[in-house]
Design a protein around this ligand. Structure first.
Ligand code: HC0
Ligand code: SF4
Length: 574
């Protein structure tokens, strides 16, 4: 342990800790803008400069090691003056646009200004000056991600997360030096014309409003307020847990009932569960796997419910397309069933005749789901996709006291029932574990296999594997970088019968549309909550879902039947 003195208070910290860690241990707040606990420290924003006794100049606390006996001041008049000047530089180039900004209230620059009462530091540059707020630096070419470089503070976190440190896509990097340093895309192309997979991890770490999900919640509220169309909302497994954090509830709190009640207050007529369609996905995908095993072709089968991964395959490895499951993702399946099946017909003769269709919204922890809803062969299933963060904004905008809502809310029937297997879709390894449970049943080896597959669980970046007697070896790639590693060699072709890929580390619970939590342990808490929901579920295998059984009995026939293919399968752009 190392002893340091912060503002006159002695604290002990682990070897290797920084002065920022030491200050946090001492309960001392040091402002930061470019620091993220999961990414390398660059010390570009200079907000965390502190005075260390004996050092000639102030040191950045985020990357200065805590040394035995160090005596540190974090809040001298000189430091306060420096931070004020630093903020003035950032604000001079920043649009005076907070009230219209999508992340108003969640912006770290705004928080810094508010905490320090620096509101007088907000001059606008004259129109026409380079960098003036009237200049248009917006890039709305991607269906999932919006960029606005006028708001960028050049912290570098987007380049880190997109590059070596996490996703290894290298779509955003840095160009220029000193005052000209700025984040750029490959060849400075609009984002929609790069190889961006819309994973949205850059929006998770951006401390300001320079990178955000393409916002759709305003249009959704507008449509709901008009009350001209029967409206349907479906919610992803990971959203019901992480949304708690947006309202100050403990990470890992399950808010399914509160969220359902909030959605009803927002005006949705029918509140359904994406998990219903996750069970249906497993019936289709599990059957598809067994058919490929019998035919000895198209193996290994890659899961296709993560649209960031599907984007990656289409852009980077179209040769792998025959391996992708043709089963639609639960989001798209749910939309197709809601619009063109028994539920829609029950809404009235116009719906039954196809002259009208319900307005279908999905709430996802994911920015790439916005792309997915627009894909050829899928567009029309879902009208608008909202992220978990957008749903929280909608709830706040209507003054709904989320924490005070009852947790007793229930999804509507018939597209609301689900099993524990569907809930674990939200965690890395969950889709594979759910598929194993049902494939074992379909293959007649269920009795010899466990229900829970610990080897496939866990939120850490990497590759997980398990062997299923009677079926074969399966793999789970936790994050797109892990998938790239797996695919570098050729061994995967012989080694595995099925491979799950989720582009975001942790799976959907770490998706680019989730709350911007800065603590790496939060993913672990979200995952524990997901597995706890499964453990308590009365039914834990997708084939046990009674409403799914009823749907097959009433109109789909059997999994992979022509009717099921028509409604529940898709194709890819080669
Ligand atoms: Fe997921 Fe999904 S589990 S991709 O991670 O398959 O986004 O939460 O909704 O569609 O069900 C995301 C989460 C979903 C879908 C499901 C799958
Ligand atoms: Fe990179 Fe993902 Fe952001 Fe695209 S969405 S720029 S791939 S981090």
């Amino acid at each position: 342990m190392t002893m340091v003195t912060i503002n006159g208070r002695q604290v002990q910290v682990e070897e290797g800790a920084t002065l920022l860690d030491a200050a946090r241990t001492a309960g001392v707040h040091i402002p930061t803008l470019c620091h993220h606990p999961c990414l390398p420290a660059h010390a570009t924003c200079r907000m965390c400069l502190v005075e260390v006794a004996g050092a000639p100049d102030p040191q950045p606390a985020c990357r200065t090691p805590a040394q035995e006996g160090a005596v540190v001041d974090t809040d001298t008049e000189a430091l306060q003056a420096f931070r004020r000047t630093d903020a003035a530089w950032l604000l001079a180039r920043h649009p005076d646009d907070c009230l219209r900004c999508e992340i108003d209230g969640a912006c770290q620059l705004q928080t810094l200004v508010r905490e320090n009462q620096w509101r007088d530091l907000w001059p606008k540059l004259p129109a026409g000056e380079p960098g003036s707020p009237e200049d248009d630096f917006t890039d709305h070419t991607s269906p999932g991600i919006w960029r606005d470089l006028a708001k960028c503070i050049e912290c570098g976190l987007c380049a880190d997360v997109c590059g070596e440190a996490v996703q290894q896509q290298f779509i955003i990097g840095f160009a220029g030096r000193g005052g000209d340093r700025r984040p750029v895309t490959v060849f400075e192309a609009p984002l929609g014309e790069t190889g961006c997979i819309s994973c949205g991890q850059c929006t998770l770490v951006c401390p300001v409003g320079a990178l955000i999900e393409a916002p759709h919640w305003h249009e959704v509220l507008h449509t709901l307020d008009g009350r001209r169309r029967a409206s349907v909302v479906q919610v992803a497994p990971a959203t019901r847990i992480a949304i708690s954090e947006e309202f100050g509830l403990r990470p890992g709190t399950v808010s399914t009932g509160r969220m359902i009640n909030a959605l009803r207050q927002l005006g949705f007529d029918h509140v359904f569960d994406t998990n219903f369609a996750a069970d249906l996905t497993i019936m289709e995908e599990g059957t598809e796997l067994l058919a490929r095993l019998r035919a000895g072709a198209g193996l290994p089968l890659f899961t296709s419910c993560c649209p960031g991964w599907v984007n990656w395959v289409e852009i980077n490895r179209p040769d792998l397309l025959p391996h992708l499951s043709t089963t639609k993702s639960p989001q798209q399946m749910h939309g197709a069933i809601a619009k063109r099946s028994v539920f829609a017909r029950a809404l009235g003769p116009d719906f039954a005749a196809g002259r009208a269709e319900p307005y279908v919204v999905s709430v996802m922890p994911c920015t790439a789901k916005k792309d997915e809803a627009l894909r050829p062969g899928l567009s029309g299933d879902v009208d608008h996709v909202l992220t978990t963060r957008e749903l929280a904004r909608m709830i706040r905008s209507r003054g709904i006291a989320f924490g005070a809502l009852s947790e007793e809310g229930r999804f509507d029937s018939p597209l609301g029932e689900s099993t524990g297997a569907a809930q674990i879709f939200g965690a890395s390894g969950g889709v594979m574990e759910a598929m194993v449970r049902t494939a074992a049943h379909l293959a007649g080896v269920e009795e010899s296999l466990p229900l829970e597959w610990e080897a496939l669980r866990g939120v850490r970046n990497g590759i997980k594997t398990a062997t299923l007697p009677g079926i074969g070896m399966v793999a789970v790639c936790n994050g797109i970088a892990a998938a790239q590693r797996l695919l570098e060699g050729e061994g995967w072709r012989e080694d595995f019968v099925a491979i799950e890929v989720m582009a975001c580390v942790g799976g959907c619970l770490g998706g680019g549309g989730e709350p911007k939590s800065m603590d790496p342990q939060i993913l672990q808490k979200r995952a524990a909550a997901i597995y706890a929901v499964d453990a308590k579920a009365p039914r834990r295998r997708s084939y046990e879902n009674r409403d799914v059984q009823a749907l097959y009995a009433s109109e789909l026939g059997a999994p992979n039947s022509p009717a099921a293919h028509h409604l529940l399968h898709t194709h890819y752009a080669g």
